[in-house]
Design a protein around this ligand. Structure first.
Ligand code: NAD
Ligand code: SAH
Length: 415
């Protein structure tokens, strides 16, 4: 069967969503038009595991317009939107995903996606790549290479490379400038607050917000919290990032000291047990806890499930846990990525940049198949530059050009 979606009759609503984002993704739309003529992916099989909502669907349609044979699943069972999956299935693409799949179903969907025997993998968090290495090693020899969307995925791939077990080259899409400088910072900065506001319907101004980490995502979250009128505390383990947070005007404290002060907590570190039950026991009643990092382990959900004396849903996507001290902890989106699991993820304009990097990196793999080492590969500065110039053009923004005299001046030393 070519698809396993929840309900194909939802396709009309999914199609509306895809059309809406497409109109706001100028770079992907330009590639769509170009690929319809040039068919650069003709005969190429691509398996993709990325949050299955409208922007990802449009990415899949752009690759399909370029001739790719697509096989698609989500990267998080809560971020899959059933109407969007239905629209892709209705358009004839292979789609295996539904919202709220069990861990076993999610794994089966990953396996069905790989049964396509892909030449190129597009991954978000390295789930497809891990599955090939752990259970389907025979597929590895058919894969020319892949592209990884997120920070944690790149960290995992580098660990595989260092162990000498990576079976094919993987492009670190996340590390491209046109990706993390915009997606991780401004995308997460906006979509995390969009999700917290739509799910709690509370005022942010005047609240004490605690942001764990001061990497690219956390910088965006803290910046937008400040703009909304919140007071912001940052926690870090890296002294340089902590100094950056201080110079950006934030208070830096260890989590132990921040815990009793916060009204809203957001962790975006890629690490585990950043907020523990011990921290929670010192928090205010009805503190709001959320995660924007890779997995549902940044807030210690397993520990909280065990420690809670009562558990009750207060609103859609807001689960309350009563602790032995009678205080309620309000956890958003089951401690999974709050902006994607309980909202629509990053806005279209930002995903336009990230997915342009994905498309051009996939093309790079196709054009260089067989000649790349089985390593984690950086996106070239040329790709970043090309995307930035085309997107600025689409936004109607012009910039200056170096004169010959300026180029010579920059290249000289005997001044
Ligand atoms: P990053 O490496 O730039 O930043 C992570 C920061 O967390 C670092 O500064 C590190 O020092 C800090 N940190 C690590 N352990 C910590 C701890 N115990 N306490 C406090 N700080 C700690 O990474 P990033 O690009 O900001 O990504 C962070 C996570 O978010 C990753 O898991 C990534 O995959 C994910 N991500 C999520 C979204 C989203 O839409 N929600 C978008 C992009 C990336
Ligand atoms: N599999 C992990 C994935 C980490 S999510 C998990 O869900 O646990 C982080 C990535 O999601 C980011 O790198 C970002 O590029 C991507 N993302 C954010 N908003 C998105 C959206 N609207 N559509 C598709 N991907 C999105």
């Amino acid at each position: 069967m070519n698809h396993e979606v929840r309900d194909i009759s939802l396709a009309k609503s999914g199609r509306q969503k895809i059309e809406w984002v497409a109109a706001n993704m100028p770079m992907l739309s330009a590639l769509h038009r170009e690929f319809a003529e040039t068919k650069p992916f003709a005969g190429v099989k691509i398996s993709l595991s990325v949050h299955l909502e409208a922007k990802t669907a449009y990415l899949c349609e752009v690759l399909a317009a370029g001739g790719a044979s697509m096989s698609i699943t989500g990267s998080n069972v809560l971020s899959t939107q059933d109407d969007v999956a239905a629209a892709l299935a209705e358009a004839g693409l292979r789609v295996y995903a539904y919202h709220g799949a069990t861990p076993e179903e999610y794994r089966r969907h990953l396996e069905m996606t790989l049964s396509h025997r892909p030449n190129i993998i597009i991954d978000d968090g390295a789930d497809l790549v891990s599955l090939i290495h752990q259970s389907r090693p025979e597929l590895g020899s058919e894969v020319w290479g892949g592209c990884e969307e997120t920070t944690t995925g790149v960290v995992r791939l580098k660990a595989m490379e260092h162990q000498g077990i990576l079976k094919f080259p993987m492009v670190a899409v996340n590390d491209a400038k046109c990706k993390h400088l915009f997606d991780n910072r401004y995308g997460t900065g906006q979509s995390v607050w969009d999700s917290i506001m739509r799910n709690t319907n509370l005022l942010i101004a005047g609240k004490q917000v605690v942001v764990a980490g001061y990497g690219w995502c956390s910088k965006g979250i803290a910046m937008r919290a400040k703009a909304l009128g919140a007071k912001v505390i940052v926690t870090e383990i890296d002294p340089i990032c902590a100094m950056e947070a201080i110079m950006d005007g934030f208070v830096v404290l260890p989590m132990e000291e921040a815990a009793p002060l916060g009204d809203i907590f957001i962790s975006a570190t890629g690490n585990k047990k950043v907020i523990t039950v011990e921290h929670m026991l010192t928090m205010k009643d009805r503190a709001i806890l959320s995660n924007a990092g890779h997995f549902n382990v940044e807030v210690d959900m397993a520990g909280l499930e065990e420690a809670a004396v009562e558990k009750r849903e207060f609103r859609n996507n807001v689960m309350g846990y009563r602790l032995k001290n009678d205080r309620w902890m309000m956890v958003l989106a089951e401690g999974r990525l709050v902006n994607i699991a309980a909202a629509d993820g990053h806005p279209a304009e930002v995903m336009d940049l990230s997915f342009a990097v994905q498309v051009l990196s996939a093309l790079y793999i196709k054009e260089n198949k067989g000649s790349l080492e089985n390593r984690v590969i950086d996106v070239s500065a040329e790709i970043d530059d090309r995307i930035a110039r085309r997107v600025l053009g689409a936004w109607g923004v012009r910039i200056d050009t170096l004169t010959r005299e300026q180029i010579d001046y920059q290249n000289s030393w005997d001044i």
